[in-house]
Each structure stands twice: as structure tokens, then as C-alpha cells.
Design a protein around this ligand. Sequence first.
Ligand code: NAD
Ligand code: GLY
Length: 360
Amino acid sequence: MKTLTVELGERRYPIYIGHNLLDQPELLARHVDSRQVLIVSNETVAPLYLDRVAQAFAGRQLAQVILPDGEAYKTMDSAMHVFDELLRLKFSRGAHLIALGGGVIGDLAGFAAASYQRGVPFIQIPTTLLAQVDSSVGGKTAVNHPRGKNMIGAFYQPKCVIADMATLATLADRELSAGLAEVIKYGLIRDPEFFDWLEAHIESLLGRDPEALAHAVERSCRNKAEVVAADERETGERATLNLGHTFGHAVETGLGYGEVLHGEAVAIGTCQAADLSRRLGRLSDGDVGRIVTLFQRARLPVKPPPELDADAFLEHMAVDKKNVEGHLRLILLERIGRATLPMPVATEPLRQTLREYGRN
Ligand code: NAD
Ligand code: GLY
């Protein structure tokens, strides 16, 4: 097992990465100093892993909320189910929430933990590649609003993250690829050697080679932990983690949550951001080619579905947390391994990118 730390002073916490960590109940139990525990999971993940997590809490007051599966359920309604159960059981401020699942469950359970009685402790047990490399680390919690993704939420750090890589064995291939989109992101924004390594090892990752996957998860978490420690509240560098996400969120919101997976939308959006960076004279043709090729090799889409035209994109992109007083701001690439902070962009090159990458 590898242990990384997110260095946030009094709120610093470990990320445990390894195989079969769910078979070590003491690892989880030692982070929970309450009798009251609520596990939040979904209908797909709970039958696979909930019993193993529950072992850690023998003799305690253990409850569970099992939500329907899907991005479409990352809502205030689902959060209300969690609050209903916590209140029905009269769980107090010391009660611990355990998020068992992918990024949808992690974001939602984290949001519920941040809000219940103004904050109760919670633990992330991510079971998708995407959640292990990105969403479980860093304390962004949220639910979606029909008008905008992740628009209701809070910064709220977990007590620890337990990434059991053995859980990836049951993950669908499409979901594995979606997770790789966020892995590639770290190479693009700040770790060019990792990007080179990904180019050399993408087939091993798709083939679920354990050593390659372990390296990818660890290196991604190391990058994420460094960024979060330096800029927890996203006043600077943390925004670069959202490379491609303004385009990507427009795809997700525009088509209806769950139609295109989050990681797929990030892949599409990152190719659009790379294209725009090239049009603005910041990124070379060669780098754009390498980026698009790596996403394609990872079996990810690189163009949005034809339903979304440029106007629809612009409408959805206008609802983004990086925008300031109604002005769109985007993260661009200078080269592979270096991203800009969010910046205003001229409308015409943006429209050209949207036309190139969608219906005219
Ligand atoms: P997800 O949570 O929907 O999980 C993907 C699918 O895999 C689901 O059907 C799920 O039930 C299933 N699944 C999960 N673990 C499994 C396992 N071990 N075996 C079999 N099936 C399994 O999607 P995701 O890609 O994990 O997360 C996407 C979400 O994460 C989005 O809502 C996105 O906004 C959010 N996100 C948040 C952050 C953050 O910093 N908080 C960062 C990136 C993404
Ligand atoms: N995934 C974006 C962030 O954590 O900041």
C-alpha cells in the first residue's frame, strides 16, 4: 500500500492506494471515531462492495442509503434522501458518512456531509478510476442543477481516501477510459514526463496491467494533492484542473446528464481547448495532434455529438464557475505540460473552434 498526504495543515489527510484495501477493515475503522455511521452508495456498487465496508463497523449503529445509479441522480433530491435518513435515525454531529462509489456518489455524499448539521466527518472510498485519480481527492463536493453542472456545493475535505484498486476489476471498459481522460489531464496541465509515459503505456492501461494502473493512480493523486495543497479554494493553480471542463460541462448539461460520461465530456472539451489554444497561437499543431491522438488511443471521443451547435455551447458555457460577472474565461494550453490560468477569449476564434468541433 502507498500512502500520500494532502497537506492542508490541521485538515491534512491520507490517501491510501493499494490492492484489496477493503479486506483491511481496521484501516477504515481507525478513521471513524463515532458509533454512528452512514454508508452512501448506489444500486450498482453496493451489491459488489458494501458488505466488505460494513465489516469495519461491527457493533456500531450502521445505516445505508442506496441511490439509483447515474449522473442524473446527483441532485438535491438525492441529498434530501441522505438528510432524511440521518434525521430519521437522529444521527448527531459526530456521525460519519462513508461515500462508496464513483464520483457521483463521492460528490453527493460529500455535499451531504458538508451540509448536515453544518458539517459531519466523511470518508471517500472511490471505486472508479476517475474517482480514484481525481474526484475523491481535494474536497470539491456538489450536486447538479438542471441549468448547470456542480452548481450547488461546498469545499469540504474528507478525513481520508481509501482507493482500493482491486475494485477496478468490475469496472466497465467505457468507464475505465473515462477515468483515463482525467489521468491525461495531469500530464497536460503540469506533468509532461507523465504525458510521455502515458503515450508509451496507454495500451497497458487499457489492458488493466496492475503495475501500469498503480503508477497512473499514484502519479495522478500526487499531482492532485500538490495542486490542492497549494490552492485549496481555487484562487489560482487549482483552476487548471478544469482544463476542457467548461466545454465538457456544456456537453453534459446540453445533452442531459449521463448521456455522455463526465470523462468523455472532458476528453471532448480538452480537444476543443487545445484547438482554441492553437487558433490563438499558443499551442503548436504538433502538440494538438499528440493530444487528440492520445485521447483516441484511450478510446475516448474527441468531438461532441452533433446535437449541440455553437449557440447551444455558448449558452451552456455562460454558466460556469470560472466566469466573472458574465464574462467567459477559459483555461488554455501553452504546450503539453503547461496550462494557463482562466482567461477571457475573443469570441470569433472560440466560434471557429465550436464550428470545427460541432454542427455549424
Ligand atoms: P459514476 O460515479 O457515475 O461511476 C461510473 C459508473 O461506474 C456508474 O454506473 C457506477 O455505478 C459504476 N461503478 C462505480 N464503481 C464501480 C465498480 N467498482 N465496478 C463496477 N461499476 C462501478 O462516474 P465517475 O466517472 O466515477 O464520476 C463522475 C462524477 O465525478 C461527475 O459527476 C463529475 O462531475 C465528478 N467529478 C468530481 C470531481 C471533484 O473534484 N469533486 C472531479 C472530477 C469529476
Ligand atoms: N476536478 C477539479 C478540482 O478538483 O479542482
